[in-house]
Design a protein around this ligand. Structure first.
Ligand SMILES: C=CC1=C(C)c2cc3[nH]c(cc4nc(cc5[nH]c(cc1n2)c(C)c5CCC(=O)O)C(CCC(=O)O)=C4C)c(C)c3C=C
Ligand SMILES: [Fe+2]
Ligand SMILES: [Fe+2]
Length: 347
């Protein structure tokens, strides 16, 4: 039961196609890849590349991949976000809603619903469900929600929770979700993060002189780190490995899901999966902390394709650790993050 409240929480995830039908997948890919923060080329070039090359070439293959992971209730990413909403709702005495950056439910739909159902609403706490800052994930979600908020002049204040990649409660939640897996015997733990183009890292460097320019830049203190995906994913992995007591030589980082011909940040996951058996790694654990909900990129690219690559290359066992999804420690962390935001700004 939700008590009357002047504050609401909105969980914002990336979104999925409405169905696995090719026209729905095309529509979703077009909206996603025409986002100037995902493919940051001038509009006409992006239109020609995305509408003329990438989407026509990719839609059918992508639809097949979605079909292979789709659940009876819908896309795993959407279903898991709804389950997270329900779990958080259980702990919070205020409405909890969800919205997606692409597809449905859209920010406009969710803000309209909140205003209609809660006429006295004064504050909305928005939680972009990305632990790390990237122009193509956190930034586009937060900026798009703010754009719709301003355009429609909603009568509440909107507060956005910042990336929580090093928040002790998040690190603890991620570590606890991984603990049952790392307690089994394994040779190596691979942190496979969603990749981004190298150009995005350089573009996001607010100092203009740090990222990928200074030797070992992610470990040298800099103002650039506030918006540096590469730094933030490194910190998450280091803190989680420390909390779990995994020695440095037993884990490593890599980056998956690259698209197009441009150079993306390295090392690439597929190359690491091919190389690890030759380095003596037979029992592999993989975790994907760029995502808080399992999705196409974990259930298909890692759990199916990645496993195949590793086993074909001589590996014996491959285990993908699920995302934090609805882990009780993660639900607790979300409650803490929301309360901290409310205490900080809503006095
Ligand atoms: C230039 C292309 C892309 C960038 C940059 C990018 C960054 C990025 N993406 C996520 C999270 C997710 N991406 C997902 C799917 C997906 N990503 C891209 C492209 C880029 N992502 C495409 C084309 C797709 C669609 C699927 C496909 O055809 O391969 C998903 C899964 C969605 C689902 O429905 O399950 C997530 C989640 C992050 C966090 C990120 C930057 C750090
Ligand atoms: Fe992506
Ligand atoms: Fe950096």
């Amino acid at each position: 039961m939700v008590a009357t409240s002047d504050t609401a929480i909105v969980l914002m995830n990336l979104g999925s196609p409405d169905s696995t039908a090719v026209p729905d997948v095309k529509k979703y890919l077009l909206e996603f890849l025409m986002d100037k923060r995902v493919i940051d080329y001038p509009w006409l070039m992006r239109k020609l590349l995305v509408g003329g090359v990438i989407v026509p070439k990719r839609a059918e293959k992508s639809a097949e991949a979605y079909k292979s992971i789709w659940w009876e209730e819908g896309s795993p990413l959407i279903v898991l976000t709804k389950q997270l909403q329900k779990a958080l709702q259980h702990d919070m005495e205020m409405p909890v809603e969800i919205m997606m950056r692409y597809g449905n439910p859209s920010p406009e739909f969710t803000f309209d619903k909140l205003v209609k159902e809660h006429p006295g609403l004064k504050n909305v706490v928005l939680v972009p469900l990305y632990p790390h800052y990237a122009m193509s994930s956190f930034e586009t979600a937060a900026e798009y929600a703010k754009e719709i908020y301003r355009k429609k002049r909603y009568p509440f204040a909107l507060k956005v929770i910042e990336p929580f990649y090093r928040h002790p409660d998040y690190i603890h939640a991620l570590a606890e979700s991984m603990r049952p897996y790392v307690e089994q015997e394994f040779d190596h733990l691979l942190f496979s993060y969603h990749g981004v183009p190298v150009r995005h890292i350089r573009k996001g460097d607010v100092t203009g002189s740090h990222c990928l320019k200074v030797n070992d830049c992610c470990h040298v203190d800099s103002k650039a780190h506030k918006q540096c995906y590469r730094h933030q994913v490194t910190v998450t992995a280091e803190l989680v490995a420390k909390e779990l007591g995994i020695p440095r030589e037993k884990w490593s980082l890599c980056f998956q899901s690259r698209l197009g011909r441009e150079e993306w940040i390295r090392p690439y996951t597929d190359e690491r999966l091919r190389a690890l058996p030759g380095e003596g790694v037979k029992k592999l654990l993989v975790v994907c902390p760029a995502f808080v909900s399992d999705c196409l990129e974990t259930l298909e690219e890692i759990a199916v394709e990645g496993k195949h690559t590793f086993i074909e290359s001589g590996g014996d066992s491959f285990t993908m650790i699920p995302c934090v999804n609805t882990h009780p420690e993660w639900v607790k962390t979300l409650g803490i993050l929301c309360r901290e935001k409310m205490d900080a700004v809503m006095v």
